[in-house]
Design a protein around this ligand. Sequence first.
Ligand code: CA
Ligand code: CA
Length: 350
Amino acid sequence: MRQDYQIVETFPPPCRGRARVGVEALPIHNSTPIPTFPLHGGRSRCGEHLQRGAALITVLLIVAMATVIAAFMAQQQGFWQREYENGRDRAQSRRIAQAGVDWARAVLADDAVNNRHDHPGEMWAMRLPAIPVEDGEVLGLIVDQQGLFNLNNLVLNGKVSATDLARLQRLLSALGLPPEQALALADWMDADNVPMENGGAEDGYYLELPKPYRAANRQLSELSELLWVQGFDAQTIKRLSGFVAVLPERTQINVNFAQAEVMAAVINGLSLQDARQIVTERKGNPFKTVADFQQKLPPNVGQDAMGELTVGSRYFLVEGHAVQGQGEFFAQALLVRNSIWANVVRQSVQ
Ligand SMILES: [Ca+2]
Ligand SMILES: [Ca+2]
């Protein structure tokens, strides 16, 4: 007798556990199924779904990772690009700053050829506006250093100069600072380790500090070194700025640049009021010789200081400020002009 069969899929929706999945051949007129047999050589359809799902997740993971890597690389590339540009700008600004120093040397050489006295009305002393350059600007100025009281005059060959100590005390008083701080500075610079009375400080003081150190017992190398000296702080240095300098040798005072406080401090017996009068009168009428200046002094004043005065300067500070793209630099150079061309004593670029 002929028996007809129909093919019926028999996987349970959805796939659960390890249920048998496949097809069954059911007799059309007989509800008794014959044994099932798997499709596709034994792989279940549920397994297929799981494999497809895992493959999809893998693909998504790869795409996500590729996206992250691409974003990271793009970020890094941007970073490297910026680093390159910043480095290029820094190098360019540094070159501009160096060019400023070279420019200052040329200007000072030209001045030395033309005259032997220096004063605020000269070309080199004028403050020029910032000069625009491609993607930035550059500003440079030359500042005389010999109108300032040279703190290193305080000690010569390891010994304190009593005359200059008194001068510095007068200057400190004129600026509203305690004059005994001059003693601490003299001790800091002189060769011995014996503190001066009424304000001096040597190792005995500095070694008792929470972070102990010793007195330098040598000349100053830069103004900021004052921060190590007893009684000096940032406020003191700020007050002294524009009145003192740190130069590597004993120097004279240029009376064409000295402010009244410095002039009165250096010339014993000259009152601050008289010094201010001299400063007012010298505007537009600089001294060509020290003898010209001497005539402006009250009678019997300043005779002992004449050898310490000058109308010409040898030390100059060149300050340069360069901006180029993302780069910004401040350059500072101390120049000494012994003949025509000035030499760099010290230089810094920030
Ligand atoms: Ca000059
Ligand atoms: Ca000392």
